[in-house]
Structures are given as C-alpha cells and as structure tokens.
Design a binder for this molecule. Structure first.
Ligand code: URA
Length: 212
C-alpha cells in the first residue's frame, strides 16, 4: 500500500492483476462482477485494518484463553447506486453484520454535477464507521455529494473507497472533505472531456450489468 496524503493506493499484486482483467474491453459482465467482488474483498482487508478489538474469554479444545474479537463499533456500508452495489457484494461477505445504506445519484452528462434521487440511510450511522462504495472516483462530484449527505446524518468517521480514481476526483475530496480517508486501487492519468477516467475501464455500471 502507498500513501499520498488522504489517499491510500492498494497496490497488492492480486488486486492489480484482477484490475487489469476488469479494464479489458473483452471481459464480459459476469467476469467483471466476480472480479469487482473479489477486489472488494481484498480491499476490505486494508479498509478494516483499524477496527477496534476487545478481548473475550473463549475455550479452545485445550484450555480457556483471552482472545480478540471485533468490539461494538458498528460498520455501515453505503454503496452509491448503481455501480457501488458491485463493491457491496464483496464487503458484506467479510463483515456480514454491517449496516447498509444506499445513496442514488445520477450525474448530469453536460454539467457532470451529481443529483440525488434516492437516500436511505440506517439509524445508527452517526456512531458507525461509514464506508462509501463507488468503483469510479471521477470528478469527485458524486463522492462529495454522498459524503455531505452522510455527514448531515451525523456520521463523522467516513471512508471513501473506489477501484479507480482520477487525480481530479481525489483533489476534489481533499479540498471539500479533508477529514475523509480515500482508498483506491489505482490512480489513473486524468479525466477525458466526457468526464470518464482515462485509461479507466469505461462505465462501471454498464460493465457490471451489461447495459452497454
Ligand atoms: N463513471 C464511470 O462509470 N466511469 C468513469 O470513467 C467515470 C465515471
């Protein structure tokens, strides 16, 4: 893993290998979905690294011992619809007791601004470590909108996760939400004129659900 300020890049060889397969135009939706889930499982290992533990007494076949389990800190997973759902499949596999909220955003293809059409966040998000899931951190408009919505619901411990990020998106979060840690698997070159990450992987929602 490498760090650049608020940004952590998960450059594990398994993640990088799977990401290359995801980028490939010839990768069909079923493989793309599986790869996104697998990368998300691998990402969760780093994202949850600082979850607090508490010791409990457990009985092994040999004797009793004090041993760590996750403490009461709640985790809340918030996919940004619709592509974020592909990451949810991986994260929830690892932490099945997490709360789950959803934020639906669409971006105006001309202005690239984000507009919300659905917000459903669980009670208790205020005390949770909240992980926002969106495979593509492009302009940062959707990311910043989602973070602001979540902050309005009293969440303070917020992490943003993506599979790919553009420098423009990282900068946008750093400027507006300097308290939010960003995890991604690769910092790509730039955005193109249509707001797509370049070289990127195309439209993550379309690739995921075969709606190209
Ligand atoms: N959303 C996508 O799905 N792909 C991009 O490259 C940018 C935003």
């Amino acid at each position: 893993m490498s760090r650049q300020g608020q940004l952590k890049i998960l450059n594990h060889p398994l993640i990088q290998h799977k990401l290359t397969l995801m980028r490939c135009t010839d990768t069909p939706s079923d493989s793309f979905r599986r790869l996104l889930k697998e990368i998300s499982i691998l990402m969760s290992y780093e994202v949850f690294r600082d979850l607090p533990l508490k010791n409990i007494i457990t009985n092994t076949p040999i004797q009793s011992m004090r041993s760590p389990v996750l403490s009461e800190k709640t985790v809340c997973l918030v996919p940004i619809l619709r592509a974020g759902n592909g990451m949810l499949d991986g994260f929830i596999e690892i932490i099945s007791g997490a709360l789950v909220g959803h934020i639906g955003l669409y971006r105006d293809e001309e202005t690239l601004k984000a507009h919300d059409y659905y917000i459903n966040l669980p009670k208790g998000i205020g005390n949770a470590k909240t992980i926002i899931l969106d495979p593509m951190l492009a302009t940062g408009n959707s990311a910043n909108a989602a973070i602001s919505i979540i902050k309005k619901h009293d969440a303070t411990d917020i992490v943003f996760t993506s599979i790919l990020a553009a420098p423009e998106g990282v900068k946008a979060i750093e400027q507006r939400h300097p308290d939010v840690q960003i995890y991604t698997c690769c910092l790509d070159e730039r955005l193109n004129d249509s707001g797509y990450i370049t070289p990127g992987l195309g439209d993550a929602g379309d690739r995921l659900y075969g709606t190209i």
